[in-house]
Design a protein around this ligand. Structure first.
Ligand SMILES: Cc1cc2nc3c(=O)[nH]c(=O)nc-3n(C[C@H](O)[C@H](O)[C@H](O)COP(=O)(O)OP(=O)(O)OC[C@H]3O[C@@H](n4cnc5c(N)ncnc54)[C@H](O)[C@@H]3O)c2cc1C
Length: 401
């Protein structure tokens, strides 16, 4: 355990899980992450290891074969994994969101059908809201489902599916006008469909195409794809929760826990950047002494460590709030916003501490520098978080005069 980012009040079980994950990260992820990332190679061996550790079922209830752990345990595991390699946490994250949505909103049959195999990592989840013309403005979704007997026919194009190729179950949000009269608010006429498919690219199910991997600046190894629906037929029993019109709320619930998760990733990447910076600063000499002995560098390290601590505390607070059953959109929005901004700043400082070597692919910080920006965008940009935070504050502090 490092001095920074400690979490008080954990149970013995939580401490044991975290120690196991940290050991796995140090031995199995950090030594290979940068090479795999440079080759944009899917980390199959690491994923197999995570399956063995039971991480795909960490929050799935025990009655469905999972470990039944809390959001806090999950977030702390994600923090550890992102410290090793952010892409690996991305592989788990969409799976976790879909499992969470089924656990919270699925019918009994859907839970029994999917959750035990999701706990084992046999069924792997992705979720799909974004489209080519929209990401922040989810209410503008144009993909559509039309009822046809006992089935729905889905058409439209989706964008930016993390794990789009490797997943076998995609939670897809589309507009479904059936049962919702003209003039219904957009978010009340959306439905989440649980779409099963083969892994891979091309036509992975009749009417469903995953065209290929999007080439990204960072966050490599994990596949990010488009998804094209062309008269895709889905049985009515694969509407999440059994009735249409609830998709927007189900997805927002999923994204809310996803935000804690993105905050946790920011914490993990920032921790790693700090570790790299503080280590390099003691080895590199200029003007007759280690650069860590120059006050300007010490100040940087002080700022970086303070940001690591603050982000961790906010992330833990947001997770605990959700675990207590309370609404946590304010805390999750704040944690996501602060952790992702701080992560970018801490990574930038560690990069500067490395001087010219930070620009070399031989140094791990080069990878982190390309990874951190993704956290500013995923699960809602900084502007969207500030909108959520601002709206909630005005609810809480309503002017009484
Ligand atoms: C690597 C990667 C993986 C992703 N994975 C997934 C996934 O698995 N599933 C999924 O559904 N999506 C995924 N996304 C999509 C992601 O959620 C969106 O990119 C994100 O929500 C932003 O949407 P956008 O890109 O359409 O930007 P836009 O919504 O077009 O926003 C562009 C800019 O305008 C700002 N903006 C927008 N509206 C406002 C406003 N009202 N006020 C002020 N500023 C505003 C934004 O903050 C941003 O700076 C992924 C994205 C990336 C890059």
């Amino acid at each position: 355990m490092s001095r920074l980012a400690q979490t008080h009040g954990l149970t013995d079980v939580q401490r044991e899980i975290l120690a196991t994950v940290r050991d796995f990260v140090d031995k199995e992820i950090i030594p290979v992450a940068t090479d795999l990332e440079h080759r944009d190679e899917y980390p199959q061996q690491i994923v197999d290891g995570l399956k063995e550790l039971g991480l795909f079922g960490l929050m799935i209830p025990e009655e469905y074969g999972g470990l039944g752990e809390s959001l806090l345990t999950y977030a702390l595991c994600v923090e550890e994994i992102a410290r090793g390699w952010m892409s690996v946490s991305g592989i788990i994250n969409t799976h976790f969101i879909v499992a969470y949505m089924i656990k919270q909103h699925g019918t009994r049959e859907q839970k029994e059908h999917f959750l035990p195999r999701m706990a084992l990592g046999e069924v792997r989840g992705a979720f799909s809201m974004s489209e080519p013309a929209l990401g922040s403005d989810v209410s503008a979704i144009t993909s559509k489902a039309v009822k046809d007997g006992d089935e729905y026919v889905l058409n439209g194009q989706k964008m930016w599916l993390t794990n789009g190729g490797t997943s076998t179950l995609v939670a897809v949000l589309v507009r479904s006008d059936e049962g919702h009269p003209e003039g219904t608010a957009p978010h009340k006429s959306m439905t989440t469909f649980l779409v099963e498919k083969e892994p891979g690219f091309g036509e992975v199910r009749p009417g469903l195409t995953i065209p290929g991997k999007i080439d990204k600046m960072g966050y490599k190894g994990v596949d990010t794809t488009e998804l094209v629906m062309d008269d895709l037929r889905i049985p009515a029993n694969r509407v999440l929760g059994g009735s249409t019109g609830r998709g927007f709320y189900q997805m927002m619930d999923g994204v809310e826990v996803g935000r804690v998760n993105v905050a946790a990733r920011g914490c993990g990447v920032a921790q790693r950047a700090f570790e790299l910076g503080v280590s390099y600063a003691q080895q590199r000499h200029t003007f007759g002494k280690p650069i860590a002995q120059h006050q300007a560098i010490q100040f940087k390290l002080a700022e970086m460590a303070t940001k690591v601590e603050a982000a961790h505390a906010m992330m833990v607070n947001a997770a605990r709030k959700k675990d207590s059953g309370e609404r946590n959109d304010l805390e999750a929005g704040m944690a996501k916003y602060l952790a992702s901004e701080y992560c970018k700043e801490v990574v930038e400082d560690a990069f500067r501490i490395h001087g010219g070597y930070g620009f070399s692919k031989e140094y791990e910080i080069e990878r982190l520098y390309r990874e951190a920006p993704m956290l500013l965008i995923g699960e809602g940009t900084a502007e969207i978080q500030k909108m959520i935070i601002g709206r909630r504050l005005l609810e809480e502090y309503r002017f009484q005069g």
